[in-house]
Write a protein that binds this ligand. Structure first.
Ligand code: NAP
Length: 258
């Protein structure tokens, strides 16, 4: 019998790369998607060292036909996706009135539209086989509004809400959905979001992608609906939910200022 296959988006670095290794260690073959073909090839070569069969699928998922192109590449290779890991995503630290609107729309396209399109396309095969599932990478940002990163926080609120509802829809189908909600993680994210000088990064402890990926895999394998890796992140989410919204938003705005 062939190994199950995980399709991981945003697998060229950071949390996606770590999730690819985590699934490979648990006996999965890996299809890797992101824009950077060179970096994907490098990750694939290292995954082969773990004994995983790999497929490199370079694609831009922030353009309207990105998800369709990826699904066609999967189809052309006759790949059966057992687990879909919707990890590709980016943020941008800028007040909306000063932001590049095109970049914000690309963020919605990547963080929301492609994630939704890939899930809708691949889920019916999973439910027909009565196994497999979806891990959607949300964030602790999903639990509150985020002034100065408004679209990013809203996009992650969508990812969390979508995944929670999916989890309930999928009950008794043999298929599961899990939202992975990390706090700050040391990765390429901070450069991409232009947030390096922010108070948030000066004050927050950063987790490693490996720790986050391992928590994500564990939660998914146990059939959990969502997971927030790290005790301080869990406590932050609980206290944010118990505090007045205006206070939390003022704090987030202060933390997310250069
Ligand atoms: N780092 C954090 O603090 C943190 C916290 C909570 C949640 N997250 C979430 O975790 C996920 C992974 O982020 P990360 O921290 O690992 O950041 P990262 O190191 O910047 O990785 C992002 C990944 O997404 C890919 N990507 C970006 N734009 C893409 C596009 N248009 N099409 C296809 N792939 C694209 C990147 O590859 P290419 O550049 O090669 O395309 C890369 O593989 C994101 O959804 C992020 O929102 C991150």
């Amino acid at each position: 019998m062939s190994a199950p296959l995980a399709l991981v988006t945003g697998a060229s670095g950071g949390i996606g790369e770590a999730l690819a290794f985590e699934f490979a260690r648990h006996g999965y073959d890996i299809a890797l998607a992101a824009r950077s073909a060179d970096r994907l090839a490098d990750v694939a070569a290292r995954l082969a060292g773990e004994g995983a069969k790999t497929h490199v699928l370079p694609v831009d998922l922030a353009v309207p036909d990105g998800a369709k192109k990826l699904l066609k590449a999967v189809d052309d290779l006759h790949l059966e996706v057992d687990v879909l890991v919707n990890n590709a995503g980016f943020g941008d630290m800028d007040p909306v009135a000063e932001a590049d609107c095109g970049r914000l729309v690309s963020m919605v396209d990547l963080n929301i539209r492609s994630l939704t399109e890939l899930t809708c396309a691949l889920l019916p095969e999973m439910t027909a086989r009565r196994r497999g599932g979806v891990i959607n990478v949300a964030s602790t940002a999903a639990f509150m509004p985020g002034p100065n990163m408004a679209v990013y926080y809203a996009s992650k609120a969508y990812v969390l809400s979508f995944t929670q509802a999916l989890y309930t829809e999928l009950k008794d189908t043999g298929v599961t959905a899990c939202a992975l909600c990390p706090g700050p993680v040391k990765s390429g994210f901070q450069d991409a979001a232009a947030m390096k000088g922010s108070l948030l990064l000066k004050l927050s402890p950063m987790m490693t992608p490996t720790k986050v990926a391992s928590a994500g895999y564990r939660a998914f394998a146990k059939g959990k609906r969502e997971t927030i890796p790290g005790l301080s992140n869990k406590m932050m989410v609980v206290s944010a939910q118990l505090s007045p919204k205006a206070m939390i938003m003022a704090l987030v705005k202060r933390l997310q200022t250069q």
